[in-house]
Structures are given as C-alpha cells and as structure tokens.
Design a protein around this ligand. Structure first.
Ligand code: PEP
Ligand code: MN
Length: 285
C-alpha cells in the first residue's frame, strides 16, 4: 500500500492522488507572482511553487527576495487558495519558512546538508526532498532517513535529473527512478521536468511520461513572461502552455489510475477529449 501524505487540511498526495505543483522558479514581484499563481490555480494546480531563497551557482546571480518573498507567497496563497511549496536553504531559516509554507522544499544542492535535513525533520510540515544531481538512489534514501529520524514522516521525493555527458538537455531526467523508488519506499515520488530538461519544449512530453510511469505528481515552472524571468526562463511554461498540459494530464490520468488533485477537490473535467490535442509543439528554444 502506497503512503498518502496530507498537505494542509484538504489536499492529499499519493496512492492515486496526483498533485501538480506549479509557479515561477523565483518570486520576483507581486505582479508577476500573482499572474503565475492565478494562472496555475485556474488550470487546476494543487500547490503554488516559488522560491524566496534561491540556491544559485554564482553569488552574483539573483538570490531571491528572501523574507519579503515569503510574504508575497503567503499573499498569493490567500488569493488562490493554493498552499505554497518553497525552498529553505539554511537550517536557521526553517522556522521562518515553515510559517509561510505548506511544504518545505529541500533542493538538490542540499540533499546531503545533514543539518538542514535534521532541522526539517523536526518540523510537522511535509518535506519535498529533491535528488542531488549526482546522487544515487541509495544516497537519496539515506537522506530521507535523516528527516524520518527527527520524527517527520511526511516526505515527498522528487526526481529532477542527474548530471550526464550530454548537453542536449540541462540534466538527464531519470524516469526509471520513479519505479525504483516506489519499489524501495512507500513515500510519494514526483518528477520535475523543468529542471530535468531545462527547456520548456520538453516539459509537456516528459510530464506525461512521468504520469504514465507512475509518478505521484509534478513540479513545473510557470512564468507569465518567461523572456523576462530573472532565473530559469528558458524552461518556464507560459500560462496557456501550462493550461494545455493540464488538460492533457486530466485526460491521461484515468488511464494511469490517477486523479488530478487540488485543494478540496478532484480537478477532473468532463472527460470530453474532443478539443484536446496530444501533440506538443517541440519548438526551437
Ligand atoms: C528549484 O526547484 O527551484 C530548484 C532550485 O531546483 P533544484 O534544487 O532541483 O535545482
Ligand atoms: Mn528553477
């Protein structure tokens, strides 16, 4: 029996409940966040994503708005009714982030930050733990143990691609990790096709593949103006592209024994496939 995790009072993930978490890579401004939040809520997302604290490869890159970004996320959450999944980078910020989040995200760069894992293990909020870009499945599962040891059993695992020799995609999205992890743990497993491919054109095909392979949800970057984004614009879906993908997933879900879940409801539309195209324009970036 697969584990179901409650996210807030009226959303569940796992055991057939498929949750799409969507929103910008980073919180940049109230206007841009609300535009993305409104769009993903309208399209049937179950959680709003967005980073206030950003792990960036270069210290010169935009680091996120920090605490004011959390306040904007809380506002957008109120406005849309969607809970927030947001990253925490530093054990000292866990209490602060937990005041604004429905799910605490531990990013790939911090998968083996043991002090951080212990700290989120003390919380009573679900944790989204992303696989490190060079981490084995064993290492990911040992990282989970640090969180469980603190008494927090609500862990959602996320495959987000591993480093490979081929620069055609940003990372190599390891979809086989989904059944492997599901064989070795009862915890929900989601897929991040945005970081996993690094290219908006590949997000829809890999999202559908993730659902078909048995994932329990998706983490997808959506931006109202990807060309203007301060980070990861090349992999962000526009609101119309995201809405189209959600309609496709809604049709695919029953075939994969899944229900698209959002707060307080199953998103499912009418089952009317007449106007839904399953073709994705895989266009040049
Ligand atoms: C993110 O989801 O915003 C992120 C930084 O992802 P990752 O940790 O997988 O690089
Ligand atoms: Mn990103």
């Amino acid at each position: 029996m697969r584990k179901t995790i409650s996210i807030g009072p009226d959303l569940q993930i796992g055991d057939g409940n498929f949750v799409v978490m969507a929103g910008p890579c980073a919180v940049e401004s109230r206007e841009l966040l609300n535009a993305a939040a409104d769009a993903v809520a309208e399209a049937g997302a179950g959680l709003l994503r967005g980073g206030a604290f950003k792990p960036r490869t270069s210290p010169a890159a935009f680091q996120g708005l920090g605490a004011p970004g959390l306040a904007l996320l809380a506002e957008a959450s109120q406005r849309t009714g969607l809970g927030v999944v947001t990253e925490v980078l530093d054990p000292r910020d866990v209490d602060l982030v937990a005041q604004h989040a429905a799910v605490l995200q531990v990013g790939s760069r911090n998968m083996q930050n043991f002090a951080l894992l212990r700290e989120v293990g003390r919380q009573r909020l679900p944790v989204l733990l992303k696989r490190g870009a060079a981490a084995t499945i064993d290492e990911l599962l040992h990282a989970v143990d640090y969180i469980l040891e603190g008494g927090n059993e609500a862990v959602i695992l996320c495959e987000r691609g591993v480093r490979s020799f081929d620069p055609s995609t940003r990372y190599l999205l390891d979809l086989a990790a989904v059944p492997v992890l599901q064989q070795r743990t009862a915890l929900p497993v989601i897929v991040d096709p945005s970081h996993g491919t690094g290219n908006a054109s590949y997000v829809a095909p890999m999202s559908k593949a993730a659902m078909a392979v048995g994932a329990d949800g998706l983490l997808i970057e959506v931006h109202a103006q990807p060309d203007e984004a301060l980070c990861d614009g090349q992999q962000a879906l526009t609101p119309p592209r995201f809405a189209k993908l959600m309609a496709q997933l809604d049709q695919l879900a029953p075939l994969c024994c899944k229900r698209l879940s959002a707060p307080g409801r199953v998103v499912g539309r009418s089952g009317d496939t007449r106007n839904i195209s399953f073709d994705d324009e895989v266009i040049a970036p």
